[in-house]
Design a protein around this ligand. Structure first.
Ligand SMILES: Cc1ncc(COP(=O)(O)O)c(C=O)c1O
Length: 393
């Protein structure tokens, strides 16, 4: 029997934020692990960017550039980072390349250790670093869904330079034991880069408490900010220790002095910047960031746990294979499940505006968010059952 999970008044109180997302009334939006719903305010914020351009031409930069710091401050609030430790960039791949360019791989400390379930884009960057001397060590998953933190820690030794891991595994929703990995990395003098793309906005993050050297993520998913507004956190004491080779004039201490020929890095977090920031994306992301900061991720997480449990109940009821951990402390904001015709059913669900996605080998991924109504979970699985036909099995 499917539980009546949303009787909890704390969880339901988040539905007051639903009105900020009118697009939700035209679909069942279970895709926030991939693309968060657009807040109506994003249109006005993008309009503000446009009006600044239209009315102020080149002088718009006096508002556009500070938006980079304003966006970074909004992220800092969400990940509990101190002021001046976050900066915006376009995507996690670029951020990873910037971080990689901070290091050389002088033997023996040249190992880059990460999990076999890493998001591909991050792995591609580190594999390419092997041309510069990095030695990548991938720790295989015991089951294709989870990560054995002890095995990962065992691979981290005195020869390890970097440990670029994801906080939550994109394909299964498994929460990695980031604290354990950070503790082990610290013991041997290695740096953890925590990719929080699948956790930010749905799982509380305290980058300082975790003890990561670097963290990054984007705004496309649970932050409801759309593409182009990725972020980087650097531990305060590390900021001035690095001089990224992947750089540009906005990483300079005085970009508008146009000094030549060498880079003279900014003392601040801006030294991790490259060329001209894509400011329109930051206006676009403002409403999502602001709302998540206002609601507080703890409350979002409390509601998410209730809703993902309800999804699990449905998966069990329909006899599908659950590919997300059942234990609440091990599952992030998404639920992944599989059955033989899952890819086709997913395509049809999307055609009917029940938005979800499918990943090879693991099946359909769904994620309710703070704006989800409990009854939408029933609607989603009832539709899925209809498409599969008969009993839904
Ligand atoms: C864990 C993780 N990292 C990174 C990305 C994407 O990286 P990028 O911003 O380079 O597109 C995703 C998903 O899009 C992801 O789930």
């Amino acid at each position: 029997m499917v539980s009546q999970a949303m009787a909890d008044p704390v969880a339901d109180s988040l539905l007051e934020y639903r009105k900020a997302f009118p697009a939700l009334e035209e679909c069942v939006h279970f895709i926030s692990h991939s693309l968060g719903c657009v807040p109506a305010q994003a249109k006005d914020d993008l309009g503000e960017f446009f009006e600044l351009w239209r009315t102020r031409s080149i002088t718009a930069w006096s508002d556009w550039l500070p938006e980079v710091d304003r966006a970074a401050a909004r992220i800092a609030k969400i990940i509990s980072a101190p002021p001046g430790t976050t900066i915006m960039n376009q995507n996690v791949s670029t951020i990873t390349s910037i971080l990689a360019s901070c290091f050389d791989y002088a033997a023996p400390r040249n190992k880059v250790v990460y999990e076999g379930l890493q998001f591909p884009t991050v792995s591609y960057v580190w594999q390419a670093e092997q041309r510069r001397g990095a030695r990548c060590v991938l720790v295989p998953s015991p089951d294709g869904l989870t990560i054995d933190a002890d095995a990962l820690c065992a691979a981290i030794d005195e020869e390890t330079l970097l440990v670029p891991i994801s906080h939550v595994v994109f394909s299964s929703g498994f929460i990695q034991d980031a604290r354990k990995v950070c503790d082990r990395a610290r013991q041997v003098g290695a740096h953890v880069i925590l990719d929080c793309y699948q956790s930010v906005g749905t799982l509380p993050i305290d980058v300082v408490d975790l003890g990561v050297s670097f963290a990054c993520g984007g705004s496309v998913k649970y932050l409801c900010g759309g593409p182009g507004a990725a972020w980087l956190y650097v531990r305060k004491d590390l900021i001035e220790q690095f001089a990224p080779r992947v750089t540009g004039w906005f990483g300079n201490e005085a970009p508008f002095a146009f000094t030549m020929p060498d880079q003279s890095y900014a003392e601040s977090i801006w030294r991790f910047m490259g060329g001209t920031p894509a400011v329109a994306a930051l206006y676009q992301a403002r409403a999502g960031h602001t709302l998540i900061g206002e609601i507080g991720v703890r409350r979002i997480r409390d509601k998410s746990l209730v809703m993902t449990q309800k999804c699990i109940d449905w998966v069990d009821e329909l006899g599908m294979k659950l590919n997300t951990p059942r234990a609440p402390e091990q599952r992030g904001g998404s639920i992944v499940f599989d059955f033989p015709s899952a890819a086709d059913v997913c395509r049809e669900l999307n055609r009917r505006k029940f938005f979800c996605d499918h990943r090879p080998g693991v099946g359909i991924r769904i994620a309710p968010h703070f704006y989800t109504k409990s009854e939408e979970i029933d609607l989603f699985f009832a539709e899925l059952k209809k498409i599969r036909g008969g009993t839904g099995r």
